[in-house]
Design a protein around this ligand. Sequence first.
Ligand SMILES: NC(=O)c1ccc[n+]([C@@H]2O[C@H](COP(=O)([O-])OP(=O)(O)OC[C@H]3O[C@@H](n4cnc5c(N)ncnc54)[C@H](O)[C@@H]3O)[C@@H](O)[C@H]2O)c1
Length: 255
Amino acid sequence: MVEMMKRLENKIAVVTGSAAGIGNAIATVFAEHGAHVVIADVDGAAAEAAAAAIVAAGQQATPALVDVSRGQDVSALFRMLKARFGRADVIVNNAGINVRADFRHLTDEEWVRIREVNLDGVVRIARDGFELLKASGQGSLVNVASIMGHRGLRQLAAYSATKGAVAALTRALAVEYAPFNIRVNTLSPGFVETALTDRVLRNPAIRKALLDQTPMRRFGTAEDIARAALFFASDDSAFVTGAELCVDGGMAAGL
Ligand SMILES: NC(=O)c1ccc[n+]([C@@H]2O[C@H](COP(=O)([O-])OP(=O)(O)OC[C@H]3O[C@@H](n4cnc5c(N)ncnc54)[C@H](O)[C@@H]3O)[C@@H](O)[C@H]2O)c1
């Protein structure tokens, strides 16, 4: 049997929102590929359980209680990383939330909350993580947006706005960080069945409508997204920066 080629051997990788869902699949795949993964999640108990599962499989992981919308949590995360590793080779901005509301009824509080996590959190981590990514010598920052940054869906306007902004921020940062050998890319999933999409995908009519608009006629798996994150994190994408990869069964391309 041919041994799997490990693509992230000796790398330090931080994945936000990785106690569950897509982030957890990304952390798991990164650990399988040799990375020491920091499971940074607002759910501390789930982060500890996720890290313990990776360690039990013989790989390396450290849990960290981090709410990406809180500046002091992000500062504490980077202080810990600096003291323990002195660098971060890969950072995946994956933590994200959704608030479904008809736009005309969206409250200020709902808008601020979704922006604080989906956009301000990404801004803060991309900015405060710069020194550690630079110290890597070949840093990779991966920002998880969504094909909802390209397409509209009822009750998702606020979510779409934050995700479109993440993709724009990513392109700008790719230019600004390139002289420091830090690559910055956007990973935009289509629909994946996780806690985030559970309610909407349980509705048979919405489910059918979304599948009808997905050329590959299936939802993605968290593993599908993790494989693409591995590409951006590893040297396989050494000359790729400022790119957006839609992992969506063709949904962004058309019907
Ligand atoms: N599931 C999809 O269909 C889909 C599609 C496109 C994009 N995305 C994006 O992928 C990312 C992951 O989504 P998911 O479906 O796995 O979600 P999920 O709800 O299943 O998991 C999100 C994880 O992030 C954590 N989290 C939430 N708020 C946080 C915060 N403030 N700080 C730190 N951690 C926090 C949660 O505790 C959880 O572990 C999100 O950015 C989401 O917008 C998901």
